[in-house]
Design a protein around this ligand. Structure first.
Ligand SMILES: *Cc1c(COP(=O)(O)O)cnc(C)c1O
Length: 381
């Protein structure tokens, strides 16, 4: 168990972020992706780990492509990473700063005809051809052109390409059920993606990359890899579906470890109610320790009375409701100042973010992404 202490840290909790673990996971992802190019997904501040850091680590490992969700994220990150590599913004809203995006060399997704119009207008205004990835909706029903819509815009799109306003870089889509190796949806989506490729071919459009697979597709649907894949969660040591394979079983390492210092310890008698609503009442005399993390820090309130943490090598249960800034655990040997590991790597015999996801009826992704901004991140190796 680590007794990691950060001197001068003015906060009683911390996320310790491991570059070594990230690089290890990235290399595994590369192995799984075989010949497909890697586009490392670093949206939502690198799933809560710090997008500037993880983006730089990926580039340092020779990854040439980064993806974020919103164009606003791309603009910030593109600057912070000194425009190294290529970056795709998966989403943009009407009126988004497309000119600035082109000036910064950001690749843009075209998911609807209004986006094509605005991006072409920006290309004309700046004199910079727009590098675009056409998004097709193959069955996720979230965004992108349906096949009919794709057919409709093709003549106009091809004209923009011929006119030098658009560089067609990619054709992409997203899988809805890739975390279920049995699901037939993935095969159906892949078939629709093939039809989309055919529509481009017929229009005489050649793209550099076709990309469909995120982590689930990379792991469980090799036929969806095409020429580029978009790993996210696996890079952070999170399984797309721990019921099928845990991160440990996949050989992934947790990049984030969340720790806090015990701030209060009390021995309280049987019959005592704990925390808001007294949802827990102690059956016997119990040592309670208070952990200074709460739902304001992203600890789900759904973890009340269910999740576990580790302190002094012991698994300790959360007792009572999670509060905004703290929660209470049953910790027979704790003393103030002890380190509590909330989640980390399974190999260290601590709960994982996926474990927290499971007990909170959500996914590990949400646990790390929602870690509050006030929790300091430390880059430890
Ligand atoms: C978030 C996202 C990814 C990464 O997904 P993971 O399951 O974390 O690998 C890839 N592509 C798109 C379009 C996404 O929104």
């Amino acid at each position: 168990m680590s007794n990691y202490r950060i001197h001068g840290a003015n906060f009683p909790s911390r996320a310790l972020i491991s570059k070594k673990a990230f690089v290890h996971n990235l290399r595994l992802a590369r192995k799984w992706a075989k010949d497909a190019e890697i586009m490392a997904v670093i949206k939502a501040d690198g799933y809560g780990h710090g997008a500037v850091e993880v983006g730089a680590w990926a580039l340092g490992e020779g990854v040439n492509w980064l993806a974020v969700a919103q164009l606003g994220e791309a603009i910030e990150l593109r600057k912070a990473l000194n425009r190294r590599g290529r970056m795709l913004a998966l989403i943009a809203e009407p009126g988004a700063p497309f000119r600035q995006a082109l000036e910064l060399g950001i690749d843009l997704s075209v998911s609807a005809s209004w986006a094509l119009d605005e991006i072409v207008a920006a290309a004309i205004e700046t004199g910079i051809p727009a590098r675009v990835h056409l998004e097709v909706d193959t069955g996720m029903s979230r965004a992108g052109f349906l096949l009919s819509g794709l057919k409709e815009i093709m003549p106009q799109f091809a004209a923009y390409v011929r006119g030098g306003l658009i560089r067609p870089v990619g054709l992409w889509s997203h899988l809805a059920c890739a975390d279920d190796p049995q699901s037939e949806v993935t095969a159906r989506q892949t078939a629709v993606f093939e039809e989309a490729r055919e529509i481009l071919r017929e229009a005489g459009i050649t793209v550099e990359f076709c990309h469909l697979a995120a982590s689930g597709g990379i792991l469980w649907h090799p036929q969806t890899h095409y020429s580029m894949v978009r790993p996210g969660c696996i890079l952070y040591g999170i399984s797309p579906e721990p019921k099928i394979a845990t991160a440990e079983e996949l050989g992934l390492r947790a990049v984030m470890k969340l720790e806090a210092d015990v701030v209060s310890v009390r021995d309280v008698p049987a019959g005592t109610g704990v925390s808001y609503g007294h949802t827990a009442v102690l059956g016997e005399t119990t040592r309670l320790a208070t952990v200074p993390l709460g739902y304001a820090d992203g600890i789900p309130r759904h973890a009340s009375n269910t999740a576990e943490v580790v302190t002094g090598r012991r698994r300790c249960k959360v007792v009572g409701r999670i509060c905004m800034d703290q929660f209470v655990i049953e910790a027979p040997q704790a003393v103030p100042g002890d380190t509590v590991t909330v989640f980390g790597d399974a190999k260290d015999a601590v709960p994982t973010a996926d474990d927290w996801g499971t007990v909170c009826d959500t996914i590990g992704y949400e646990i790390v992404c929602r870690l509050g901004t006030r929790v300091p991140r430390y880059y430890v190796d």
